[in-house]
Each structure stands twice: as C-alpha cells, then as structure tokens.
Design a protein around this ligand. Structure first.
Ligand code: ADP
Ligand code: UDP
Length: 255
C-alpha cells in the first residue's frame, strides 16, 4: 500500500507545493505577493488564509455547479489538498471589462478590444471575451489558438472545451456576486489533465490574486475601487484592507 507523506516539491510565486500522496498535492497558501512576472515582491499579512478560504469557497460552488476541478479538501485554513495534474501550459483569461494587459496591448498597437467597446479601463465588453497567455515561460506572453495547437499544448476540441468551461465559470461566479456589491471584471484560470486525460480546473480560482474585483457602488459613480492585487500593482492603498474587505463581503453573502 502506498505510504501517505508530505514532501516539499517546489515554491511558486504565492504557494508552496508538497506531495501528499502519489496522486495528490498539498498547497500551502503563503503571504507572498508578487506582480509583473515576479519583479515586484512583498508580503501581506493574512493573505495566505484569505486566498485559501476564498479559493475553497469558489471550488465548492463550481463543483456543485458541475465544473470538474482538482479540489479535494482544506485540512487547515491555509492549505488545500488537490488532485495532481499535468498542467496545460496556457493561462486562460476571461474578461468582462477592459483592464490591465488588454489596455496595455491596445496602447502598444495590438488591439484585441472588440469593435464598439471604448478602449478605456472599465468599459464593459458585452458577452465577455477570452484570451490566452503562455505559462512556464520566463515572462507570460499572449498566445493565439493557432500557436497553442501547433505547439501541441491543446487540440482544437480541447480549446473549445476550455472556452466553454471558462465561460461557464464566469457565469457562475458573476451570478453568485450579483447581490454582493462586487463586480467581477476579469480573471485567470489554469487547467490540467488527469492521468486518464480529462481536463479539469486547476490551481486556484476566484481569489483576489487572480481576479479583478471592483466595488459596484463606486463603479456606478465612475470610480474604479479595486479589491484585488491591482492595489499592490498600482501602489494604490493597503492590500491587507482590500483583501479583508473582499473576504468580508463574500462572508456576508453566504461563504
Ligand atoms: P505561480 O508561480 O505559477 O504563480 P503558485 O505560487 O500559484 O505558482 O504555485 C502553484 C503551482 O502549482 C503553479 O505552478 C501551478 O501551475 C501548479 N499547479 C496548480 N494546480 C496543480 C495541480 N493540480 N497539479 C500540479 N500542479 C499544479
Ligand atoms: N492574472 C493572473 N496571473 C497572471 C496574469 C494575470 O492571475 O500571471 C490575472 C490578473 O490578476 C487579472 C486577469 O488575470 O485578474 C487579467 O490580467 P491581465 O491580462 O490584464 O494582466 P495584468 O494586468 O495582470 O498584467
């Protein structure tokens, strides 16, 4: 019988990863904060606990809504056990509003913003849009579906499956947030393959590290107030307060 053990494997930018068993991993969510491909670094008190609890909250909701995920359980307030996967080397971004790299790419002459959408932070993208970046390269770079297919990272059918799943994840999270006073502006997800080849949602989901969350009342008054990592990226306030405010708003709903 396989002996259960917890052996350190590696540290990502935000999480430490351990082997729990031959086919499971344990994530330790840390207080590390990074931005700009790791070039800007800091620590944020309570971040590990908040991101772990928020990811657990969304994984449970998504699983109950039929989204296949790697989530198993959270044995402590900062750790999560997941199924071990072969990670697809592509990061998947869903956008409901214009922000971040979409705007930076537009300013650099690479326009992906749909026609009729004003190229400014906070413009609604009707129906949303998806785009992809590389993973496991030193700097994440935008990648199109032709390159994803020609590199053998995903088949055409798998891309369609991932697009549909990501759209559905957006619908589920946006629906949950509808009465929370929080707008889900965009988010990043990762996928991986199980040993029998099924694609499931991996890494973390719905956390302020991997999503843009805006306060709805401020947004309705023309102001973008972030409850996510943009506070750190833009040096725009106290990250601990922003993460706690997001956590409390989710908690007051039904978390
Ligand atoms: P990053 O440096 O990419 O931000 P994190 O600090 O989030 O990484 O560490 C988590 C790492 O574990 C990431 O490289 C992620 O792709 C990987 N990962 C996530 N889920 C799984 C899984 N189920 N199996 C194997 N690796 C995973
Ligand atoms: N994102 C992420 N990890 C990355 C890149 C992006 O979690 O490596 C998230 C980011 O927090 C945002 C969304 O994906 O919620 C879209 O990010 P964008 O492409 O606009 O890039 P950014 O401005 O974050 O560099």
């Amino acid at each position: 019988m396989q002996q259960e053990k917890t052996a350190y494997i590696f540290s990502g930018k935000a999480k430490d990863v351990y082997e729990k068993s031959i086919d499971t991993l344990l994530f330790e969510f840390t207080d590390r904060v990074t931005a700009f491909d790791g070039k800007k670094k800091s620590e944020c008190h309570e971040k590990g606990e908040i991101t772990c609890k928020v990811a657990e909250y969304w994984f449970k909701i998504l699983e109950n809504s039929g989204i296949p995920t790697h989530y198993i359980e959270c044995p402590t307030s900062t750790s999560m056990i997941v199924k071990r996967l072969d990670i697809v080397p592509v990061e998947v971004i869903w956008r409901n509003y214009v922000a971040g790299s979409l705007l930076r790419r537009y300013e650099a002459g690479d326009n992906l913003i749909p026609e009729d959408v004003e190229p400014k932070e906070g413009s609604l993208i009707p129906g949303g849009m998806i785009d992809f970046t590389t993973k496991f390269e030193i700097v994440d770079r935008p990648v199109n579906t032709d390159e994803i297919i020609s590199n053998g990272w995903l088949s055409k059918e798998e891309i369609k499956y991932i697009e549909d799943l990501t759209k559905r994840i957006n619908e589920i999270m946006s629906h949950e947030l509808a009465t929370s006073g929080i707008i889900l502006a965009d988010f990043k997800v990762e996928y991986g393959r199980t040993s029998d080849g099924n694609i499931v949602l991996a890494d973390e989901v719905g956390t302020p590290d991997g999503c843009r969350f805006w306060k709805k009342d401020d947004f309705d008054n023309g102001v973008i107030s972030s409850l996510d990592k943009d506070v750190f990226r833009k040096n725009n306030g106290d990250l601990n307060l922003a993460y706690n405010e997001l956590y409390n708003k989710l908690h007051n709903m039904n978390m």
